[in-house]
Design a protein. Structure first.
Length: 141
């Protein structure tokens, strides 16, 4: 006998797990170049195609809600196939775990590393245009 599928509430967001969801959904800011390059890098590591990345501006409802859209303006979110929602540094660690970087993800979840990851995430997120220019300079011919 299978367990009933229950809704999940995390970080104030409600996501009803879908029985047909086969991939974890990465919601990112489609207007952010740094975010786009980061997601492209992550998807290149996803050899088993377990992630689906979508700009939050294009995400369907559900799982998108007004509250989740507002939160996605400030941080990447991952909606897991079971309905759990991860944001910011924890979303990155979840995605890295999914693509096979399990040791890094495991260690990153341990205090004080998770605190440093979350702090680093927020510093980069608040200055992503500057980091984008620094890390992803335009190529010249």
């Amino acid at each position: 006998m299978s367990k009933p599928v229950l809704p999940v509430v995390l970080f104030g967001f409600f996501c009803q797990p879908s029985k047909v969801a086969e991939k974890h959904l990465v919601l990112w800011d489609g207007e952010c170049g740094f975010c786009r390059r980061s997601v492209d890098w992550l998807l290149a590591l996803d050899h088993e195609s377990r992630l689906e990345a979508l700009p939050y501006q294009q995400a369907p409802s559900p799982p998108m809600t007004p509250a989740l859209a507002s939160a996605c303006e400030r941080a990447v979110h991952v909606v897991a196939v079971d309905g759990r929602v991860f944001r910011a540094g924890r979303a990155v660690l979840f995605a890295l775990d999914v693509v096979g970087w399990r040791t890094l993800a495991f260690v990153g979840r341990i205090p004080p590393f998770i605190w440093a990851i979350e702090l680093g995430y927020w510093v980069v997120a608040r200055n992503r245009r500057w980091f984008s220019k620094l890390l992803f300079r335009a190529r010249t011919s």
